[in-house]
Design a protein around this ligand. Structure first.
Ligand code: C5P
Length: 303
């Protein structure tokens, strides 16, 4: 995931996270939603380079850089993550210059901002070394969660079951590399707006958790596809109401040859289709690109 350079800089990939299933199980009294989610990672992501510097700075490049142009520095999760780490352990960490190559669509349900923030934390720990603090792991987890509900799972960077609002994370044995097509129609979706559309009463239970038991450690693609078909993404309906183009994405994926399962990730708008063969996913991605040249389309393996 990362490479050090003799000049003292470090380059990391911040892979896209995909919620293969996302069940909303309750709404807490504070308004946040309790989830039970199966999170996997794609082999496509943003690329982040960090180097020690006199002060914090961020340079954004890449195909989706423009989407971040209007974000004030204090709201940028990448800068926030770096500052938080220095504030928490000022003797150990110091400011960094960061270059972010934004390859993932923004506000897209694939954790771009959370993945970037997690990569900043991981990269700075590699650059400066972890502080000699027995409570470091616990404090780092709390800091990650404060940055965003998806940051702790992105810090794991491997398939996990995620419960609560993102604070209970169980790493899973590696998935068998599920062949997938990811698609984003280029419409940013507001996560709070999608959760609000669920209309759940604070302090009340909602739907059931993930189907028990999860597939065993040696489960192959077929077994995972079968199990995933018993799960759902509870944010799909409210997200479609918020951004109707999500319905068009799901329909376009469902019409692809060889598709086995179609679902939305996170709070959208990115949707994915799963296949039982990688070449079927690649052919389907080419077909979809031809039909929707303005959509972001990628063939991938999720693990
Ligand atoms: O923490 P994050 O920035 O990902 O969340 C954005 C917003 O989405 C929260 O402020 C909250 O309104 C909503 N949210 C929620 N329950 C979650 C995660 C997010 O209600 N588990």
């Amino acid at each position: 995931m990362s490479a050090a350079d003799p000049s003292g800089s470090i380059t990391l990939t911040a892979p896209a996270k995909v919620n293969l299933a996302l069940h909303v199980t309750a709404r807490r009294a504070d308004g946040y939603h309790e989830l039970d989610s199966l999170v996997a990672f794609a082999d496509v992501g943003d690329v982040l380079t960090l180097r020690p510097a006199a002060d914090f700075s961020l340079e954004v490049t890449g195909p989706f850089a423009a989407a971040l142009a209007g974000v004030p520095a204090e709201d940028n999760l990448v800068l926030k993550a770096a500052r938080c780490l220095v504030q928490a352990w000022p003797g150990r960490f110091s400011p960094v210059h960061m270059r972010l190559e934004k390859r993932l669509p923004v506000a897209a349900g694939i954790g771009g901002g959370s993945a970037d923030a997690a990569a900043v934390l991981a990269g700075m720990i590699r650059l400066f070394g972890p502080p000699p603090d027995e409570t470091f792991d616990d404090r780092l987890r709390a800091l990650a969660l404060e940055l965003g509900a998806d940051v702790p799972v992105c810090l794991q960077g491997r398939a996990c079951r995620m419960e609560g609002i993102g604070e209970r994370i169980t790493p899973l044995p590696a998935l068998p590399g599920l062949p997938a097509v990811l698609v984003n129609p280029g419409v940013p979706v507001s996560t709070p707006a999608v959760f609000a559309r669920l209309g759940l009463t604070p302090g009340k239970a909602a739907g059931s958790g993930l189907t028990d038991p999860l597939p065993p450690a040696d489960a192959g693609i077929a077994q995972w596809l079968e199990w995933l078909s018993t799960c759902r993404n509870d944010l799909e309906a409210p997200a479609k109401a918020e951004a109707p183009v999500i319905g068009a994405c799901l329909e376009a994926l469902a019409a692809l040859p060889g598709v086995r399962l179609v679902r939305m990730s996170g709070s959208g708008a990115t949707c994915f289709a799963l296949f039982d063969q990688a070449d079927a996913a690649e052919a389907a991605a080419r077909l979809l690109e031809g039909r929707h040249p303005d959509w972001w389309v990628t063939a991938n393996r999720l693990g």
